[in-house]
Design a binder for this molecule. Structure first.
Ligand code: IMP
Length: 178
């Protein structure tokens, strides 16, 4: 385990197993559509990479969007678009891939932006959810794990850009951010 983690909450095996389950559900729901899977940079990239291995659909596209909504360990409400989608999603079925739904402000804003682009449908798949922290009414259509209100890092999730590379998810030692 990384020396800055106090404990591991999700092992790589658990994450991969969950991606298999979510991939099956998504394959079933989107098999007759040609979805665009949109990953939010950078935190959702490892999750997207694992998840798409388990989605068995012939016609599928990937795109990326970068929005900033967070600094340190507390959410700010402002969501800025740093990088927009490369291609039009007009009339397309968009599946947004997120690492974690926390207050929910990021997703509310991103969904609004994608609907403005006239997507046919927008759904969310999130690896993690912190229900206790929610400030707006939004939920993932496909969810990996419900987690307690602790600051977690690894498998894409960062603290000041660190720890994204670990294959597992853990709780950061308090002394690192206090
Ligand atoms: P929201 O707008 O509050 O839902 O923020 C969602 C974003 O905050 C996520 O995409 C993460 O980038 C970040 N975030 C929220 N909780 C955590 C955490 O426990 N660890 C790392 N990043 C987090």
């Amino acid at each position: 385990m990384h020396k800055d983690f106090s404990k591991i909450i999700l092992t790589n095996e658990q994450i991969v197993q969950k991606c298999k389950e979510l991939g099956k559900l998504i394959t079933n729901d989107y098999k007759d559509k040609s979805p665009v899977i949109v990953s939010l940079l950078k935190g959702a990239v490892p999750f997207m990479a694992e998840l798409i291995k388990h989605i068995d659909i012939d016609d599928l596209e990937l795109d990326f969007m970068d929005v900033s909504s967070y600094s340190g360990t507390s959410s700010t409400r402002e969501v800025k678009v740093l990088q927009d989608l490369r291609r039009s999603v007009e009339g397309r079925h968009v599946l947004l891939v997120e690492d974690i739904v926390d207050t929910g402000h990021t997703l509310v804003k991103v969904i609004e932006l994608i609907k403005d682009k006239k997507a046919e449908s927008v759904k969310i798949v999130s690896l993690l959810n912190k229900e206790d922290r929610r400030e707006v009414d939004i939920h993932a259509d496909y969810l990996g794990f419900e987690i307690p209100n602790e600051f977690v890092v690894g498998f894409g999730l960062d603290y000041n850009e660190k720890y994204r590379h670990t294959s597992y998810i853990g709780v950061l030692k308090e002394e690192i951010y206090k």
